[in-house]
Design a protein around this ligand. Structure first.
Ligand code: 5GP
Ligand code: MN
Ligand code: MN
Length: 328
């Protein structure tokens, strides 16, 4: 079945000459690595392409090859709309944000992803929920087309595998992932350097924001839910950017005895962004989906309209009842 989907993807790229490569807003290592990997693939196939993301690329990923070529939707206003789009690591069309503004009206989308909640918004869909990362799906695609494992391509794919497995620690770290990572290191990927850039480097603003967030840490009575807030005034005081709150939610989930960690972030008076991480009991992807978001069983998110108090009450109630349902 995977092979059929990959063959359909190959036909999709054979049938056109010019492509837009896009991923989700606030891109992570898999989103950026996969965007750049598709660029490398199209380059090898001799195709024209433009890579785009609604958000700025976090500084820690800027060492990736051709990263400076990822453009923003505003940059493309004067270009002809794109009739062929390759979307990577995006569970639904909304996740591409403003990038959709440069799509042609009769756009054809190749949707390559690994989220179980993916709604198959593409014209062609390669959605493999068993894959550890979108980069893993691309790994198989590269092999199926018999393309060359250049150091650049290998580096982009490796970064996606590394980040979506939490540094080869999460449950999606299968023998296959490790074999592929080994193969990529054989292709001159500098694993230690990527780990240092991506996992072992933080901004000062991140630490300052973390300090503020930790001051708000609360636990439920049974100790199974932990949550934190990032308020607008904390963002202003620390000068933090989107990339600076990456990873903060893990501190809540990592507390001993906690299954679900939650990070609430005040976007504005009426909009709250919610991140979920779970250890093993609650499927937070399914839970986030009932709140209009989505994601994976162990990591998910959503955006909720309402006041801070309302949103917190609603979310904590949902998580508590999900825990009760599974435990009883
Ligand atoms: P984060 O908490 O890091 O923003 O997101 C965790 C995971 O949940 C990511 O893998 C991301 O793909 C997914 N996710 C986060 N927010 C949303 C959302 O609003 N909609 C969907 N469909 N997935 C989300
Ligand atoms: Mn992602
Ligand atoms: Mn991913």
């Amino acid at each position: 079945e995977t092979n059929n989907q990959l063959e359909a993807a190959t036909r999709f790229v054979q049938d056109a000459d010019r492509f837009l490569v896009v991923s989700h807003v606030n891109p992570d290592g898999d989103a950026i690595g996969s965007t750049l990997a598709v660029g490398q693939i199209l380059k090898q196939l001799g195709k024209r392409y433009v890579m785009i993301n609604e958000s700025a690329i976090p500084q820690k990923y800027q060492f990736l090859p051709d990263c400076n070529q990822i453009r923003s939707p505003e940059d493309l206003r004067t270009e002809a709309p794109f009739s062929h789009v390759i979307a990577v690591d995006a569970a639904d069309a909304d996740r591409m944000g403003e990038c959709r503004k440069v799509f042609a009206r009769d756009v054809h989308i190749l949707n390559i992803d690994h989220h179980a909640t993916n709604d198959r918004f593409g014209t062609v869909n390669v959605v493999i929920p068993d894959a550890a990362a979108t980069a893993q799906v691309l790994y198989d695609w590269v092999e199926s087309m018999g393309l060359e494992w250049t150091q650049e391509l290998a580096t982009c794919i490796y970064t996606g595998l590394l980040t979506d497995t939490g540094g080869f620690r999460y449950a999606n770290t299968t023998p296959r992932v490790m074999n592929q990572a080994a193969h990529l290191i054989d292709r001159k990927v500098e694993a230690h350097r990527i780990a240092e850039e991506v996992l072992e480097t933080t901004t000062l603003a991140h630490l300052q924001l973390l300090r503020k967030a930790l001051e708000t840490l609360r636990l439920s009575k049974d100790g199974q839910i932990a949550w934190m807030w990032i308020r607008r005034r904390d963002i202003e005081a620390t000068g933090a950017k989107e990339e600076d709150w990456d990873g903060i939610v893990n501190y809540a989930r990592n507390v001993m005895g906690v299954d679900v960690g939650i990070l609430f972030r005040e976007v504005n008076e009426k909009t709250i962004r919610v991140s979920f991480r779970s250890r093993r009991i609650v499927d937070v992807g399914a839970l986030a989906q009932t709140l209009g978001g989505g994601g994976h069983a162990r990591a998910a998110g959503c955006t909720i309209m309402g006041s801070a108090g309302e949103v917190e009450r609603q979310v904590l109630q949902k998580v508590a009842s999900a825990l009760r349902r599974v435990v009883s």
